[in-house]
Design a protein around this ligand. Structure first.
Ligand code: IPE
Ligand code: IPE
Ligand code: MG
Length: 253
């Protein structure tokens, strides 16, 4: 019988193995879910789960960097997460400051470029500033892009793109006929990034929760029953190993 305990015990795959097995996904996107349940299982407050989840970001970013992933996009706060109790939202809004204070030096040294997608205007200063400072400090790095989706919602992103395109047509900057898939992609916040090759969601939920709806059109999915704080390097490598066995057909044969 399949259980999460057996999943945990599966023999681990190493970085060397995944690198030699086949192609490494250029862009991996992760819905880091299950922090609250991780804490609940331990009789701890939800905030303890978020703190533990934040610490795990470093391990997974390092693991992805080690094998040559070009872009790692992490869903950290959705436009719908504002619905949560105020104290939880307040706690989540403090995490970027804590994260970058501890990690920025190492990210800089590892040649990682920090980027962000999401609605910046909706974020308090103490959340946005450390992110912007980290983006600035790492902007000349040439290694993996560590892209945080903060206050991100795919529908909001698409509405903004539609408005920009409509404005350009209205102001006769472009013809209606010029709008095509490429043009739409170029008006999304991910315009400089390739579409994700692999989407991982932890915690056993199997839904997208308003994440990168346009960009995931041909992405391979990997759902893990593990809560985010328990999702380790070996699990990432197992997901990639699985990905390497898939035949991506893009509608062809
Ligand atoms: C993911 O964990 C983190 C955020 C959404 C901010 P959750 O907080 O959603 O944890 P669960 O799903 O309630 O266990
Ligand atoms: C998705 O998780 C958002 C993040 C991981 C940041 P949620 O926990 O908010 O998603 P739902 O509510 O289960 O769909
Ligand atoms: Mg959740």
């Amino acid at each position: 019988m399949w259980t999460w305990k057996r999943w945990l015990k599966r023999s681990s795959v190493t970085a060397e193995q995944v690198k030699s097995n086949g192609s490494i996904p250029s862009h991996i996107a992760i819905i880091m879910d299950g922090n609250g349940r991780w804490a609940k299982r331990r009789g701890l407050p939800r905030s303890a789960g978020h703190r533990s989840g934040m610490k795990n970001v470093k391990h997974i970013a390092q693991a992805a960097n080690k094998i040559g992933v070009d872009v790692l996009t992490l869903y950290t706060f959705s436009t719908e997460n504002w619905k949560r109790p105020q104290d939880e939202v307040d706690y989540l809004m403090k995490l970027p400051e804590q994260f970058f204070e501890i990690e920025i030096k190492e990210l800089e040294e590892n040649n990682v470029q920090v980027q962000m997608i999401g609605d910046m205007e909706g974020l308090p200063d103490h959340t946005l500033k450390p992110i912007q400072q980290s983006i600035e400090r790492t902007k000349n790095n040439t290694g993996m892009i560590l892209n945080f989706a903060v206050n991100y919602g795919s529908r909001t992103e698409m509405v903004a793109a539609i408005k920009q395109l409509a404005k350009k047509v209205k102001e006769e900057e472009m013809e209606l006929e010029q709008i095509n898939e490429e043009y739409v992609s170029l008006h999304l916040q991910t315009k400089d990034l390739p579409d994700p090759d692999l989407l991982i969601r932890t915690s056993g939920e199997q839904r997208i929760s308003n994440f990168l709806l346009w960009q995931l059109a041909y992405t391979e999915f990997s759902f893990s029953p593990l809560y985010w704080p328990d999702y380790k390097e070996q699990h990432l490598y197992e997901a990639i190993e699985q990905f390497q066995t898939r035949g991506r057909r893009y509608g062809g044969l």
